[in-house]
Design a protein around this ligand. Structure first.
Ligand code: DGY
Length: 323
């Protein structure tokens, strides 16, 4: 029997590519160049499974291609807003993601951004590299204290809870959250977390706000000009979720006019293209979508995709099925 034809859209950890190559008739992407809409359409016509990721935009239009061969899109990533799930369901396409395995590293990076933003770390680093640091001074580059402050989490799923654990147990922070879903009572008790009835209430109260909601139409520009104006002038906004949750023009205005003290961003609207005005600002820390970028986590993500695809080809229901 012929092996299933599998496309891996980007370069993956070598150990996973090796395993995949033994099991399937695999096409790898050694150059690691993102695929265009046309290439994705051709892939849908030519492969049984597509092992995709955040840079592959499976819009309704792309998915509607004639003579579709693909039966499963196994996404390397927990977020799957790059795939139009309604359209995938309409075409009986199975979609899977990689939850859990990236929770801890993404939470670590969120805390790193929070600390960097609060303590103006990137700004200090730039100063030294420009050879503009003239020595210690009592009033030089003062930031905000983190320990004991209030952290507001918008979205209170796995990653937000892991951030809350670090912030509460490690930094003695009070935790506020806003989420349409009700979290397990033992977690709320462990973290002494308080639910806010509205996002507006959370934004008004918190010293630090971190975004952990899914991307997509429902959360696009959830953080807009009106909401940024509700935040404290000393507050910091951290985004390790998805770029389009924040109206980036409104955020730039908020940072330029100091409605808030700073922002720490790992994700961007229209990434990897970053607004020039954002680059010009000192009070923003910018990372290139590194949330899950550790060797251990990327291996674990690859293995999770492998499990999902293997289950599918064995006629089972993949564990991480989202469509
Ligand atoms: C995730 O897992 O959602 C990362 O942001 C990469 O897609």
């Amino acid at each position: 029997m012929n092996k299933p034809k599998v496309l891996v859209t980007r370069k993956w950890p070598a150990a996973i590519e090796e395993k995949l190559s033994k099991l399937y008739d695999v096409k790898l992407n050694k150059q690691d160049t993102p695929l265009s809409a046309l290439e994705l359409k051709a892939a849908l016509q030519n492969y049984d499974a597509i092992l995709a990721t955040v840079t592959d935009r499976f819009t309704a239009e792309v998915l509607s291609v004639a003579d579709r061969r693909t039966k499963i899109i196994a996404n390397f990533g927990v977020g799957y807003d790059n795939i139009d799930i309604q359209a995938a369901k309409q075409y009986n396409l199975i979609v899977t993601n990689t939850p859990e395995v990236l929770t801890e590293c993404t939470a670590d990076l969120t805390m790193m951004l929070l600390l960097m933003s609060a303590r103006r770390a990137a700004e200090g680093e730039r100063l030294i590299r420009r050879r503009q640091w003239h020595g210690w001074s009592p009033t030089h580059q003062l930031g905000q204290k983190v320990s004991g402050k209030t952290l507001g989490l918008i979205g209170f799923g796995r990653i937000a809870q892991a951030v809350a654990r670090r912030a509460h147990h490690g930094f003695g922070m009070q935790i506020l959250f806003s989420d349409p879903f009700v979290p397990a009572q033992d977690i709320v008790e462990e973290l002494q977390a308080q639910r806010c009835d509205t996002i507006d209430e959370l934004l008004t109260e918190a010293h630090f706000v971190s975004l952990h909601c899914p991307g997509g139409k429902a959360t696009r520009h959830l953080i807009n000009e009106r909401r940024l104006k509700l935040m404290r002038p000393t507050a910091h906004l951290i985004n390790t979720a998805r770029g389009d949750v924040v109206d980036s023009r409104a955020l730039i205005k908020a940072l330029q006019q100091q409605w808030i003290a700073g922002a720490g961003l790992d994700v961007y609207e229209g990434e990897p293209n970053i607004d020039q005005d954002l680059l010009a600002l000192e009070n923003v820390t910018l990372l290139p979508h590194l949330g899950s970028a550790t060797e251990e986590t990327r291996l674990a993500m690859g293995n999770r995709v492998l499990d999902n695809v293997t289950a599918f080809f064995a006629g089972q229901n993949p564990v991480d099925r989202v469509a």
